[in-house]
Design a protein around this ligand. Structure first.
Ligand code: ISE
Length: 334
């Protein structure tokens, strides 16, 4: 029997999840779909063979749904994740787990109360082959300890007038998660520098330059440039005691141009992380089926990402280095 998944929210991301679950992931089918836009829900339901629901809370509880994917608007995540916990069903929630720390904490409390880990958070970079290769090199020990991590996160363009804080909570949050995962350490402080605005900035403080400090003294710098103008470009270089290793997945396609060799990057995240999303969903479905824990980010990781992003937003607003104070980690997540 395939795992029957209910997908809540089928905008660009949710529709892609539904497509992957119904066509590319082994052992799953999409049995139910909800979206605030009924036409969009019908379209995705028709292409994935699912039923359309007009009440997401009823969808979560229905017996035709074994597990839930939440890809609706950020402020609605908390409610749907809590509903899934009440129904004791596995749930994969797109980032952020909740946009505010209080919402994440309510989810942590509910999961701890239930006493079972059912929540996964969609930090798909953990499934990217390039980041996995970086982690393998670091964990293999050949390069010694990590000292610095340089990160670049560029989008071609974003909605004009985007709030500057969203560069941190919507984009740099991926680096926040991947840095913790890669280094195996928590982040303890954030500083945000603001260079002069890029030509496409349009009211947004863009780019931003973040410096994250890890508990063990590793410095992580993150350039977030939302209107970089040319494409979706994610880079990373890990500097260690005895050498450096760079993210090179997928290898950029080199093309000859008049000035020499140019780097060609995808237009958006789908071209860059499509395979990571597929692997993430496959791991989730396989483990839901087996009743075991996937390697996804947990509710704890989702909470920490939101907490550190909020500290980053404070650092941006104050212009000062801000310390991160995490809650005590519940035993369920150790
Ligand atoms: C977007 O919100 C995402 O979630 C993508 O994963 C990220 O890479 C992109 O930069 C964001 O704008």
């Amino acid at each position: 029997m395939p795992v029957r998944v209910g997908v809540i929210g089928v905008g660009v991301m949710g529709a892609e999840h539904a497509r992957l679950l119904s066509r590319e992931v082994a052992g799953s089918e999409v049995s139910a779909v909800f979206d605030v836009n009924p036409a969009r829900a019908s379209e995705v339901a028709a292409s994935s063979g699912a039923q359309v629901w007009d009440d997401p809370m009823v969808l979560v509880k229905d017996e035709s749904v074994d597990a839930v994917v939440v890809a609706s608007s950020d402020p609605t995540h908390e409610q749907f994740v809590l509903d899934a916990l009440t129904a004791a069903k596995p749930v994969l929630c797109e980032k952020p787990l909740a946009p505010d720390v209080a919402g994440c904490v309510r989810i942590l409390d509910a999961e701890v109360e239930l006493g079972r880990r059912l929540v996964s958070v969609g930090f798909m970079r953990r499934y990217d082959q390039g980041y996995r290769a970086l982690k393998d090199v670091l964990d293999g020990g050949r390069l010694g300890r990590a000292v610095m991590l340089h990160c670049t996160h560029r989008n071609a363009s974003v909605t004009p007038g985007l709030e500057s804080s969203l560069l941190i909570s919507g984009s740099a949050v991926h680096e926040i998660d991947i840095a913790r995962w890669l280094l195996g350490e928590e982040l303890v402080a954030v500083t945000v520098h603001t260079p002069r605005r890029g030509a496409g900035a349009d009211g947004t403080q863009d780019p931003l330059f973040l410096v994250l400090e890890s508990a063990g003294g590793v410095l992580v710098d993150v350039e977030v440039f939302a209107n970089a103008g040319y494409g979706y470009d994610v880079r990373a270089e890990l500097v260690a005691d005895h050498g450096t290793v760079s993210l090179d997945s997928p290898p950029p396609t080199a093309v000859r141009s008049e000035g020499g060799v140019a780097r060609v990057v995808p237009a958006d995240w789908r071209g860059r992380f499509g395979e990571a999303y597929r692997r993430e969903l496959q791991d989730w479905v396989t483990n839901v089926e087996a009743g075991t824990l996937p390697a996804t980010a947990s509710a704890w990781d989702g909470y920490v990402a939101t907490e550190v992003a909020q500290v980053g937003i404070r650092a941006l607003e104050t212009g000062q280095r801000q310390a991160v104070e995490l809650r005590e980690k519940p035993a369920l997540y150790t």
